[in-house]
Design a protein around this ligand. Structure first.
Ligand code: BV8
Ligand code: ZN
Length: 244
């Protein structure tokens, strides 16, 4: 499953960077946008996850995020999340860049996490950006108590800029990486999908962990077509054996 050469390279690496996508949460039961669930499959996620979609039907978009929040509140991190948290203990210069909004990495113990697309737990007012945290699911879309504006989830929608600081830090990490590992991402969403290319251009060894091919698999030095929940714990186990 895992090429000895990859383990050798990992053992020699100092700056190890991982970029995760929705696939890493799949084994926790958080399906990606293409939910088999009939309720949402008739909507195009790219429309729902956009300001236009929100403005044209705020309650529908709010319902969609509530549907996803309910799932996230019921699931747990999987072995892939925990393995990534372990890598943080093995490498002082390990960083985790995620496109995911479910905060499962943090729940698995990862602390050096860069969220490129925000998170689905927090909210803020669309007009005055006041932040709102709700302990339970609010069925009807709430309004800001300061300016009356609609409250929205703290995610980055399609067509919205990514948080500047997070993107800058991610690009610098990509440039500095000895090895850059993409896990569970189709690598179709930009600018996140630029990161493995930046890493490669700056000399990193690149790895793609995805049971299917991603948009950039053919660029990668190593392709591991297995579920992340299987292969990441295996990599950690092999590293720990060698580091004993
Ligand atoms: C921006 C938060 C400037 C919301 C998300 C035309 C060409 C190129 C780019 C563009 C274009 N038109 C517009 C753009 C820019 C656009 C973009 O990239 N569009 C793409 C779709 C073409 N990007 C943006 O809009 C970004 N902003 O660029 O601002 C700008 C402004 C205006 C106009 C242009 C530019 C903002 C992007 C952020 C969007 N927000 N999420 C929410 O979640 O509701 S992105 C959303 O998609 C999620 O974050 C999710 O992570 C991501 C999907 O990507 P993946 O994570 O890779 O997930 P995916 O489902 O695709 O793939 C999962 C993979 O897992 C699969 O490959 C599968 O095989 C694998 N898998 C399955 N099981 C497992 C597994 N892997 C491992 N183990 C398993 N067990
Ligand atoms: Zn407000």
């Amino acid at each position: 499953m895992i090429d000895d050469k990859l383990i050798e390279i990992l053992l020699k690496s100092k700056n190890v960077t991982v970029l995760t996508g929705a696939g890493v949460s799949q084994e926790s039961g958080v399906s990606t946008f293409r939910d088999p669930d009939g309720l949402w499959s008739k909507f195009n996620p790219q429309e729902l996850a956009s300001m236009d979609g929100f403005l044209s039907n705020p309650q529908l978009v709010w319902d969609w995020y509530n549907y996803r929040r309910k799932i996230i509140y019921q699931v747990n991190p999987n072995p892939g999340h925990y393995a990534l948290a372990e890598l943080e203990n093995i490498y002082p210069n390990f960083y985790l860049i995620t496109q995911n909004v479910d905060r499962l990495h943090q729940r698995a113990g990862s602390s050096r996490v860069i969220e490129l697309h925000g998170n689905i737990i927090d909210n803020y007012c669309k007009d005055c950006t006041k932040e709102f945290h709700f302990d339970e699911i609010i069925e009807n879309i709430p309004k800001c108590d300061v300016c009356g504006g609609l409250i929205r989830p703290a995610v980055v929608w399609f067509g919205e800029m990514l948080p500047k600081e997070a993107l800058k830090q991610a690009e610098i990490l990509a440039m500095k990486s000895d090895i850059f590992i993409s896990v569970g991402s189709s690598l179709e969403v930009y600018p996140a999908a630029n990161l493995p290319l930046i890493a490669k251009n700056y000399g990193a060894v690149t790895v793609d962990i995805n049971p299917n091919k991603s948009a950039l698999s053919y660029y990668m030095d190593f392709i591991l077509q297995y579920p992340s929940g299987i292969v990441l714990p295996k990599i950690v186990e092999l590293l720990k054996e060698k580091l004993k």
